[in-house]
Design a protein around this ligand. Structure first.
Ligand code: FDA
Length: 311
């Protein structure tokens, strides 16, 4: 599909999925739940931990993501914080697992108050720091980039184990990387939100070229870089470059999403490369599923084939 058609399709899907009837249809039927099951570990922490254990048996590490975003009240933000504290406590009881956690700042109250959000994040960081767990901050839509970077700068003073995602489709990222806290951990992604064309690269080739440039800049500036993509060309480029460096793999790892390119996850891990899988879980899976569907038109056929099979 051409990049223009692809964008038009994504816009249509994202707009349609915003309607309450679409949400009700997808979340309230067995078909929607079955499709979500491909991308989401389950609705409970216990199910996410089971997935982490199964991955561990294949030498793949984990990153838990308790789903949720744009909470409407500070009470909901505090509940999300407590869900993360529960996840950290489960990880503390499973020291054999190498697992990080990933948070969204709008889940921790960013839309209500930056200070309250920082307070919730700080509580998570204190516990994570004490047990040696990394906490990554997802990057959400462009309207949150400034606030997210501000929170990162303030949070890293509390714990060096916090890092952030950077999106290669966003033109500003090539400037932003020069203002990141020195040496902080960065997850490099292409970007998953439908953004105004003026502020992002629209063509896949441009997004990929920016990804490669950002990777080189981050590496040269001494950051630990999580190469979070399923793109075989980018993965191969990173692999050959880092192989050529002495001790390069101490600072770089591959990351992929639960349910996406499982074959690639297993083959890279089997060849001894560090691979971590992002494991989303929880009841608030609808917006996450929408992004995964929009990323790849073929996923819609996966949805339709489930629809036909379950009739
Ligand atoms: P690309 O879209 O070019 O896909 C490459 C190949 O991967 C495809 O050809 C296909 O085979 C497979 N693939 C990709 N997406 C698929 C899907 N949904 N279903 C099935 N197959 C698929 N984004 C963001 O904005 N903020 C964030 O914080 C994060 N965090 C994050 C963490 C991790 C660990 C990963 C892997 C990704 C994210 N993302 C993200 C999402 C990211 O921005 C991007 O949207 C997806 O990774 C898809 O892009 P790829 O880099 O895989 O490339």
């Amino acid at each position: 599909m051409s990049d223009t058609l692809d964008t038009a399709f994504r816009r249509l899907l994202v707009e349609a999925s915003g309607h309450p009837w679409a949400r009700r249809f997808v979340t309230g039927t067995r078909i929607g739940q079955a499709v979500a099951g491909r991308f989401v570990a389950g609705e409970t922490l216990r199910q996410a931990m089971e997935v982490a254990r199964a991955l561990d048996r294949q030498r793949i590490t984990a990153m838990l993501d308790h789903l949720g975003e744009n909470v409407e009240t500070l009470a909901h933000a505090e509940a999300a914080r407590d869900d993360y504290l529960a996840a950290l406590s489960a990880l503390e009881r499973a020291p054999e697992l190498d697992a990080a956690v990933s948070v969204k700042l709008t889940q921790l109250g960013l839309d209500r108050s930056i200070d309250a959000c920082l307070d919730n994040l700080g509580r998570i960081l204190d516990v994570a720091d004490a047990q040696g767990t990394v906490v990554m901050i997802d990057m959400e839509s462009h309207v949150y980039v400034d606030a997210t970077l501000e929170v990162l700068h303030r949070a890293i003073e509390r714990s060096p184990r916090v890092g952030v995602a950077v999106q290669s489709y966003l033109r500003r990222s090539e400037r932003d990387v020069f203002d990141l806290p020195p040496g902080c951990r960065v997850r490099l992604v292409k970007g998953a939100y439908l953004e105004p064309p003026e502020i992002v690269y629209v063509d896949k080739d441009d997004v990929d070229a920016a990804y490669a440039r950002l990777f080189m800049t981050l590496l040269a500036r001494g950051h630990a870089v999580d190469v979070a993509t399923h793109d075989p060309h980018l993965i191969e480029g990173v692999r050959s470059r880092v192989d050529a460096l002495e001790d390069g793999w101490s600072r770089v790892e591959f990351q992929m999403l639960y349910g996406v390119r499982r074959d690639l996850q297993v083959s890279l891990a089997g060849r001894g490369y560090p691979v971590r899988v992002y494991i989303p879980y929880g009841t608030e899976w609808y917006p996450y599923l929408t992004r995964r569907m929009a990323e790849r038109p073929a996923n819609l056929w996966f949805f339709v084939s489930n629809l036909v099979r379950m009739r």
